[in-house]
Design a protein around this ligand. Structure first.
Ligand code: DAK
Length: 261
């Protein structure tokens, strides 16, 4: 497949997958999510001696500044919204279940859907300018790609509530303290550190690594209603007036006037 929104670079068996939409701070539109999903289903098979994947964003300002807010229009029913969320779940789950290590190299804003992308990776390396936040409630939404379920696994329920409800930004050092990031590094070293970890893992038994990935993921897969709840809540919220107001306010660069409807 010819990718339009992501770059694939093979560095001695380590793939650097770059979300390449710097004009929109690498915001994830649906096409980008499909391309990421395609790479983890089929695209990777073209890489010989694949050791692992580093996911990063183009430029030094943002890893990914969320889902593409300008694409948030035309949703008429909760079912349509939920279907979109489900597509994202499929792509991100495929990445989480990938049999080789997948590491997010986060060099700047890591927001909303971008934070969800990073949380679906097996590990995260934060540059000193990395900033993690879930701003969805500013737009009248909640995370739609399983972030509401993955975040509390790392930080616990109370901190997850705080982050999801206040939208506060978490910096690199605190991200490590909270268990969101594995390491923080000086700016510009995120990819190198990720490659170093993947090269180390590449010296271990590949089947064992694949089983470690399956097993640790099984701990997370609790068949909880939380995931269904998120999908249904997401679909519902996409049809509310507050959601329309939140997205319109962003696009028009003004404050939102929410009505609770
Ligand atoms: N979407 C679209 N464009 C974005 C964007 C985004 N998320 N973030 C930034 N941009 C664009 C800006 O509009 C601007 O474009 P121009 O105006 O130049 O054309 C350009 O990137 C540069 O951004 P700024 O001028 O705003 O840069 P600043 O340094 O001033 O600010 C910022 C950086 C990161 C603080 C700011 O850009 C910002 O607040 N961005 C939005 C953050 C945000 O709210 N992200 C969305 C979170 S909600 C879904 C599933 C999941 C989700 C959605 C749908 N489905 C199943 C459908 C998840 C939702 C989210 O991610």
């Amino acid at each position: 497949m010819d990718y339009q929104n992501i770059l694939i670079e093979n560095q001695n068996g380590v793939v650097i997958l770059t979300i390449n939409r710097p004009h929109a701070l690498n915001a994830l539109n649906m096409a980008t999510i499909s391309e990421v999903g395609h790479f983890f289903e089929l695209g990777y098979k073209e890489i010989e001696n694949l050791k692992g994947v580093v996911i990063t964003g183009a430029g030094d300002k943002a890893f990914v500044a969320g889902a593409d807010i300008k694409e948030f229009t035309g949703i008429e029913s909760p079912e349509q919204g939920s279907a979109l969320a489900r597509n994202g779940h499929v792509a991100f789950d495929r990445m989480e279940q990938f049999h080789k290590p997948v590491i997010a190299a986060v060099q700047g804003f890591c927001l909303g859907g971008g934070f969800e992308l990073a949380l679906a990776c097996h590990m995260r390396i934060a540059g000193e300018k990395a900033k993690f936040s879930f701003p969805e409630v500013n737009l009248g939404l909640l995370p739609g790609f399983n972030g509401s379920q993955r975040l509390p696994m790392l930080v616990g329920k109370a901190k997850a509530f705080e982050m999801l409800m206040t939208t506060d930004m978490i910096k690199a050092e605190e991200a490590v303290r909270l268990g969101i990031a594995n390491h923080h590094v000086i700016q510009g070293e995120e990819i190198n550190k990720s490659i170093e970890i993947i090269e180390k893992i590449a010296t271990k038994a590949p089947l064992a690594i694949a089983e470690v990935i399956k097993t640790v993921n099984a701990y997370q897969n609790k068949e909880a209603d939380g995931t269904e709840q998120e999908i249904n809540s997401f679909g519902y919220l996409m049809t509310t007036d507050d959601f329309k107001e939140g997205t319109a306010a962003f696009i028009e660069k003004r404050g939102a006037n929410f009505k609770g409807k």
